[in-house]
Design a protein around this ligand. Structure first.
Ligand code: ATP
Length: 356
């Protein structure tokens, strides 16, 4: 299905041992990444971890302090043969959309088509607007559009020249939650259709999981893990990665005979040395509430109705903080009641405590 109507020729994009310094700040440190032609990759991480810098290096608006940026295997960042942004065949969607307020929607989209004859540019712009469902707004001005429509104009402007690589910086962050879901799904469909190699910067794991083939998790200028959303979620390689994808209850204990003892039970701690402290992480939706008398004993101390499941706080005997649980709860159980809690041990993630 990928790369059907009006497809771009997707390009391979690579970063080889890229370091980027701004004065005393090291924004990126020895970053290497290969993105295959047509692949959709999300750069995921907290504010300031270097996501935007990596995107700007791909676009060519920034030059690396060290290392190489490759397009189709060709070094485009070498100072002697640097390829300027406008000659890279790369489209960019900015976080704030960066539409020109004094230009109509049509002219905003035409802006990226300056090399084409006017009639051809006009036809191309209208086609791109048609693909994001906005052809009828071609003569409107940006201030007349909703946030979601502005985002779609920015997307149309970026795809109109059929770039081989499409770069998007936090494209959904200015949208309210409901609109965000819609625009995100539309964008995902459009990316598949254009076939362009795409990189999306986001700090939202849900954005990343919904839109990307592969997620690149970053922290403090480095890549910490690369994988599909499912791989990162199921097998986080570090406590940092586990925390990023889930609101965990964490409990520390000392490792003996290959397992860590905690108030919630004893959990396997493979690869962690004897006597070391380890952190066991419990995911709220993996905990089961069971009749009391079985498993762990606890008391329900908080309950919030969330629709499909409740968010529960449970004080488990021997643990001084509340355990977070996300589960449907039968109407008979009320706050203050004694309950049983089951934590399937193979669902618990264990990491070295020093690894924070
Ligand atoms: P955000 O999600 O907030 O945009 P980010 O992950 O995209 O964050 P970057 O914008 O890439 O992070 O910034 C990484 C680091 O480099 C930050 O510490 C930032 O302050 C610094 N930085 C980025 N650009 C410059 C610059 N032009 N001059 C000085 N420091 C910069």
């Amino acid at each position: 299905r990928r790369g059907t109507a009006g497809a771009a020729i997707p390009m391979a994009l690579g970063f080889e041992n890229v370091t980027q310094r701004f004065g005393a700040v090291t924004a990126l440190s020895h970053v290497s990444l290969s993105v295959k032609p047509g692949e959709i990759v999300a750069l995921l991480g907290q504010s300031g971890c270097g996501k935007t810098t990596l995107l700007r290096l791909a676009a060519g608006v920034e030059r690396p302090s060290a290392g190489r940026v490759l397009l189709e295997g060709r070094d485009v960042s070498n100072p002697d043969r640097f390829i300027e942004p406008e000659h890279r065949g790369v489209g960019f969607v900015f976080q704030d959309y960066a539409l020109f307020p004094h230009l109509s929607v049509r002219d905003n989209v035409r802006f990226g088509l300056r090399g084409q004859a006017p009639a051809a540019a006009d036809a191309t712009a209208l086609r791109a607007l048609g693909r994001v469902g906005l052809a009828e707004l071609a003569d409107s001005y940006p201030h007349m559009l909703s946030g979601g429509e502005q985002q779609r104009v920015a997307l149309a402007r970026a795809i109109a020249p059929r770039p081989g690589v499409l770069l998007m910086d936090e494209p959904f962050s200015n949208l309210d939650r409901r609109l965000r879901d819609v625009v995100r799904d539309e964008t995902a469909a459009l990316l598949e259709e254009t076939g362009a190699t795409s990189i999306i910067v986001t700090h939202d794991p849900e954005d990343a999981m919904r839109i990307a083939d592969r997620i690149v998790l970053m922290r403090a200028g480095r890549i910490v893990q690369v994988g599909t959303g499912e791989e990162l979620y199921r097998q986080p390689g570090s406590l940092f990665a586990a925390r990023f994808f889930c609101d965990l209850t964490e409990v520390e204990g000392r490792v003996s005979d290959g397992a860590v003892d905690t108030p919630f039970g004893r959990f396997a701690a493979p690869g962690i040395a004897e006597g070391m402290m380890a952190v066991a992480c419990i995911r709220p939706h993996r905990v089961r509430i069971v009749p009391k008398g079985y498993y762990l004993r606890g008391r329900l101390t908080g309950r919030r109705f969330l629709g499909e499941a409740d968010h529960l706080q449970v004080m488990v005997d021997g643990f001084d903080r509340a355990l977070s649980v996300r589960a449907p709860l039968s109407g008979e159980i009320a706050v203050g009641d004694e309950i049983g809690v089951e934590i399937p041990s193979d669902e618990v993630l264990v990491f070295p405590a020093a690894d924070q």
